[in-house]
Design a binder for this molecule. Structure first.
Ligand code: GAL
Length: 378
């Protein structure tokens, strides 16, 4: 038997956030080169995923056909190139009749398309929800593609993307999906990051091995440089501290880590964030437990303004993140008894800072840190 897929959250790069429709074989192949030369591959980023807008507008003999201008030699050589770099290759389709950008979807073609993807050497399929006939049951459509992929003769990670509609967290695991998008599209600004994170806090029991809560691709390092300004992605960009907080949230909350910036020209700060091996290790912990939220002291902070996330790790460690979503620096205190550590037991925690990459000492009962606005301490 093959090793089960997506034991921990998938990691990789996806073309959509920065390039949307403006994709081609060369972009995908040079991005694969940069996954290797930047060290991202060796840090665990594995999948290179082509999102929407890769096909012709019409099927031929019932089959999907790659856009002749964008992929003149078809998809297979691109997949082979990606594989030759020690990476895996992903693509995109949709549960409806059309993709969100109006290309053919897989509705009623699920088994044919799974076969096509397997022939091309696809290892990952993102599966969207646009143009779903209103009478069709979404859960059933994801089961269909789940069945098709499991029987196509190739291991393909199934990344469901229905934006959190129809209470997807209650039925998606059974469909065979390895991750599910739980929110609407991220845009490259702090409001979007914050809103997505807050919407998924307290859903920590709906993520775990083999079926991870996907909070959407990372916007780390985009700095407002998106091709898709038609969906508002160009608005803003984040500060470096906000990108760091965004990455810390996605890592701790167990989201897949799919890079969305242009890695061919990522700056050093972006690389330092994406390559943070301590945060990656938290995200890739073998048990994939969700992170729970506890209140910080002082208690007058609104729980959405400042909070602590805690994730139990396999080796007995705890990942602890202090997050400041307010617009001023805050001194935040975490009480250890909130994490199941009775003060009377005299237990101390030996703390390590995952951004400074150093031990910060032994603490009893509580830990306090002053966290700048929009920043975090993990
Ligand atoms: C959206 C999806 C995005 C992207 C886009 C492509 O529905 O959430 O991540 O895939 O479609 O058109």
């Amino acid at each position: 038997m093959n090793k089960p897929l997506a034991h921990t959250p998938p990691m990789g790069w996806n073309s959509w956030n920065t390039f949307s429709w403006n994709i081609n074989a060369e972009l995908i192949m040079t991005s694969a080169d940069h996954m290797v030369s930047t060290g991202l591959r060796d840090a665990g980023y594995e999948y290179i995923v082509i999102d929407d807008c890769w096909s012709e507008k019409q099927r031929v003999n019932g089959r999907l056909v790659p856009d002749k201008n964008k992929f003149p030699d078809g998809i297979k050589p691109v997949a082979e190139y990606v594989h030759s770099k020690g990476l895996k290759f992903g693509m995109y389709s949709c549960a409806g009749t059309h993709t969100c950008a109006g290309y053919p979807g897989s509705f009623e073609h699920e088994f044919d398309d799974a076969e096509t993807f397997a022939e091309w050497g696809v290892d990952y399929l993102k599966y969207d929800y646009c143009y779903k006939p209103s009478a069709a049951d979404g859960a059933n459509l994801y089961k269909r593609m789940g069945m098709a992929l499991r029987n196509c003769g190739r291991d393909i990670v199934f990344s469901a993307c229905n934006w959190g509609e129809d209470n997807v967290h209650h039925w998606i695991r059974e469909s065979g999906a390895h991750s599910y998008r739980s929110t609407h599209d991220i845009t490259d600004n702090w409001d979007s990051v914050r809103e997505i994170a807050l919407s998924q806090l307290d859903k920590e029991s709906f993520t775990g091995n083999y079926c991870h809560n996907d909070m959407d691709m990372l916007v780390v390092g985009m700095y407002g440089g998106s091709n898709s300004d038609w969906i508002g992605s160009k608005i803003g960009g984040c500060t470096d501290a906000q990108y760091k907080t965004h990455f810390s949230l996605w890592a701790m909350m167990g989201s897949p880590l799919m890079i969305g910036c242009d890695i061919r020209c990522a700056n050093q700060v972006t690389k330092d964030i994406l390559l943070n091996k301590d945060l990656i290790a938290i995200n890739q912990d073998p048990e994939a437990r969700g992170a729970y939220r506890i209140k910080v002291e002082p208690q007058w902070f609104h729980e959405d303004e400042a909070f602590v996330l805690v994730k139990a790790l396999q080796n007995g460690d705890l990942a602890i993140g202090l997050y400041n979503f307010s617009d001023a620096p805050r001194e935040l205190t975490v009480q250890f008894w909130d994490m199941g550590i009775p003060a009377a037991a005299g237990v101390a925690l030996s703390l390590y800072d995952c951004w400074e990459h150093k031990e910060i000492g032994l603490f009893k009962e509580r830990f306090a840190a002053t966290v700048p606005a929009g920043d975090c301490v993990v």
